[in-house]
Design a protein around this ligand. Structure first.
Ligand SMILES: *[C@@H]1O[C@H](CO)[C@@H](O)[C@H](O)[C@H]1NC(C)=O
Ligand SMILES: *[C@@H]1O[C@H](CO)[C@@H](O)[C@H](O)[C@H]1NC(C)=O
Ligand SMILES: *[C@@H]1O[C@H](CO)[C@@H](O)[C@H](O)[C@H]1NC(C)=O
Ligand SMILES: *[C@@H]1O[C@H](CO)[C@@H](O)[C@H](O)[C@H]1NC(C)=O
Ligand SMILES: *[C@@H]1O[C@H](CO)[C@@H](O)[C@H](O)[C@H]1NC(C)=O
Ligand SMILES: *[C@@H]1O[C@H](CO)[C@@H](O)[C@H](O)[C@H]1NC(C)=O
Ligand SMILES: *[C@@H]1O[C@H](CO)[C@@H](O)[C@H](O)[C@H]1NC(C)=O
Length: 562
């Protein structure tokens, strides 16, 4: 072994141990719908977790439609002048739309090919933002995404360094600080094909062939071990859910369609869950929580347009299974600490699903530690449905357990690289749910390919990170990734929501906000400006006094101070 080789080995070793935390800027690339940040094996953007120095320091992290991605600016409560976030103006030869130029308190519209500016003399709005940390609400438990079969398959094909950048981008404190994943027990819709444990032999309630983890899960577990090491994450909260039982347990003997669990297999289906928990524990990858099953209504009414794995439950039947079988099986086992979440379906089933469960088995809900909600129809069904469920069950956690864009029949595209509007949909949704007692959010696929798959029923959707599976040498961080990151990166577990409100009327709001106090005592407020105009913010913290900011058009921010 010569010395040159040895020094290369050391260089490689220090690289793979990720050395000291360093911030690296986004490699912004213009795409059809906007812009994305490009990562390859040797480069990816990270932001060192801000550490507050003196007591008056204010750190502001910003992203914008014009191209800011986690840009850090600093101010102080002692400053007289407002902290102004400088946004880029993209005036280049390809620029075909109009630009907003901001000077003093005026906004000018600059047309691309005309040197003259048109003054609109719009006065920039000032919004008062009041923060009261004495008024406290729910605690944060976890943020994360789904490690589906498709995700595992895509990651496995990439060079190791690129895999590591995906793990670090999502789960490291210098990435967006996820602490949780969702995974399926057996297959889900995002897999290469439908599957379940003990599909063979048939009619085998003792599950005699469910004695070890499937090779697909073993691959995921190897990946998760690497993920934990890269992210320096000791406590990964794994949430597991089954999409369907093996077909022989079901009334229709199929993976999809109108089909329910046969009542003679209620105990076998509870044992199936326990076996999975035991096998995961035995391989040192304990499960934090399970749900009573993914989207139970797909196998009751949803099968008209849903063709992936599903298994139907009515709330009355599910209460019987939970109360008489699953609940006692888990609670009387060595896996009794595993949390159980109910529903795992759309918001429009709240709160009536739980009322019907209670009508069927009075105490069934006692087995539930939390409520799991999918976001897909949230723009039609308001958060009041969740408020009602929370009022009836105030001690239960509430998590959003699935979200993605492109699921609707009228949305023909999967991924739209660079689409800021899709990021804004996430921004509004996370903000709304957090203002309605949610404790966290698990997004859908962590990564997908350019088409929005792979998916065995051609149900292609978008994801926060899209991998170039042609070159296998790059991936693209979408605006959605940063939208989620403005929450997940800055809100560690045990952060508590506090009162933060603006003086705008809700129907004419330019600025939306949600505030938290973090376990170290510091405050983090997430701000969303959805208008094509800048906005001035006069923050008034009940304990710290005033601080002024100017935020650019179409932008997201997290402001942090002690
Ligand atoms: C990776 O990205 C960096 C930053 O954009 C670039 O300088 C470098 O050439 C890229 N490496 C490869 C192998 O493409
Ligand atoms: C701007 O001017 C250039 C050259 O004068 C022309 O090629 C381009 O099409 C113009 N763009 C628009 C949006 O009019
Ligand atoms: C804009 O305001 C300036 C003074 O602040 C005034 O001179 C100018 O006429 C105004 N322009 C328009 C278009 O209203
Ligand atoms: C057990 O399951 C495997 C597939 O996971 C299958 O190949 C095998 O035939 C099954 N064994 C029996 C006895 O059915
Ligand atoms: C993926 O990489 C290939 C080869 O470098 C390139 O031609 C293609 O444009 C890339 N795809 C995207 C979506 O950027
Ligand atoms: C909110 O406060 C700002 C700053 O005091 C004020 O200019 C604005 O008119 C207020 N907005 C409303 C809707 O009252
Ligand atoms: C800031 O809020 C406090 C109450 O928490 C209030 O007394 C004070 O007048 C406010 N300051 C301004 C400038 O509105």
């Amino acid at each position: 072994m010569n010395l040159c080789w040895l020094s290369m080995l050391f260089a490689a070793a220090s690289w793979s141990s990720w050395g000291a935390a360093l911030s690296t800027p986004c490699q912004l690339k213009e795409t059809h719908y906007g812009s994305v940040c490009v990562c390859n094996s040797s480069y990816c953007d990270y932001l060192e977790q801000p550490v507050l120095g003196d007591n008056d320091q204010i750190v502001l992290i910003s992203s914008s439609k014009n191209g800011l991605r986690f840009i850090r600016s600093e101010g102080s409560f002692l400053d007289e002048k407002a902290l102004e976030v400088q946004d880029q103006q993209w005036i280049d030869s390809n620029f075909v739309t109009d630009t907003l130029v901001v000077e003093q308190n005026k906004v000018w519209l600059q047309f691309a090919n005309i040197s003259q500016r048109f003054a609109f003399n719009v006065t920039i709005k000032t919004v008062q933002l009041t923060v009261q940390r004495e008024v406290r609400y729910q605690k944060i438990t976890n943020f994360g995404g789904a490690f589906t079969g498709s995700v595992s398959h895509i990651i496995q094909q990439l060079p190791k360094d690129l895999q590591d950048h995906i793990y670090k981008s999502y789960f490291h404190a210098d990435g967006i600080g996820y602490n949780s994943i969702r995974m399926s027990i057996g297959g889900s819709d995002f897999d290469l094909q439908p599957w379940a444990y003990n599909q063979l032999p048939r009619n085998d309630p003792l599950l005699s062939n469910f004695t070890k983890l499937d090779s697909r899960d073993l691959q995921k577990i190897e990946q998760l071990k690497r993920l934990k090491a890269i992210a320096k994450l000791n406590n990964l909260k794994i949430m597991a859910a089954a999409w369907s039982a093996p077909t022989w347990m079901k009334s229709n003997n199929r993976w999809t369609g109108y089909g329910q669990l046969k009542s003679e297999y209620y105990q076998a289906w509870a044992d199936y869950h326990l076996k999975f928990l035991e096998l995961m524990q035995s391989i040192n990858m304990p499960v934090w929580a399970i749900s009573t099953g993914n989207e139970p209504l797909n196998g009751v009414i949803g099968f008209f347009f849903i063709h992936f794995m599903s298994m139907g439950w009515t709330p009355w039947q599910q209460a019987i299974w939970l109360n008489d079988y699953l609940g006692p099986t888990i609670r009387q086992s060595k896996q009794s600490q595993v949390l159980i979440f109910g529903n795992d379906d759309q918001r429009y089933t709240y709160p009536s699903w739980f009322r019907k469960m209670r009508a069927s088995r009075t105490n069934a809900l006692d087995y539930l530690d939390g409520l799991a909600v999918h976001w897909y129809w949230d723009e039609i069904f308001g958060p009041q449905l969740i408020d009602r469920a929370h009022a009836e069950m105030p001690d239960k956690l509430i998590l959003n357990t699935e979200s993605c864009i492109g699921d609707k029949p009228w949305q023909t595209h999967g991924p739209e690289l660079g689409n800021w509007g899709r990021g804004e949909s996430y921004m509004r949704a996370y903000m709304q749910d957090l203002l309605h007692n949610f404790n966290g959010w698990l997004d859908w696929n962590l990564v997908l390919d350019e088409q929005g798959g792979p998916n065995y029923v051609h149900n292609y959707v978008d994801a926060p990170v899209i991998v170039n599976t042609t070159s296998r040498s790059e991936f693209y961080k979408q605006p959605i990734y940063y939208a989620i990151g403005h929450f997940s990166k800055f809100l560690p577990e045990q952060s508590v929501r506090i009162e933060a409100r603006t003086n705008e009327t809700e129907s004419f709001a330019q600025l939306s906000v949600v505030g938290f106090q973090r376990p170290d005592g510091s405050v983090a407020v997430i701000l969303y400006n959805g208008e094509n105009l800048p906005v001035n913010v006069a923050l008034n913290d009940s304990q710290r006094g005033e601080f002024n900011m100017r935020l650019p058009a179409r932008s997201w921010h997290t402001v942090i101070y002690k």
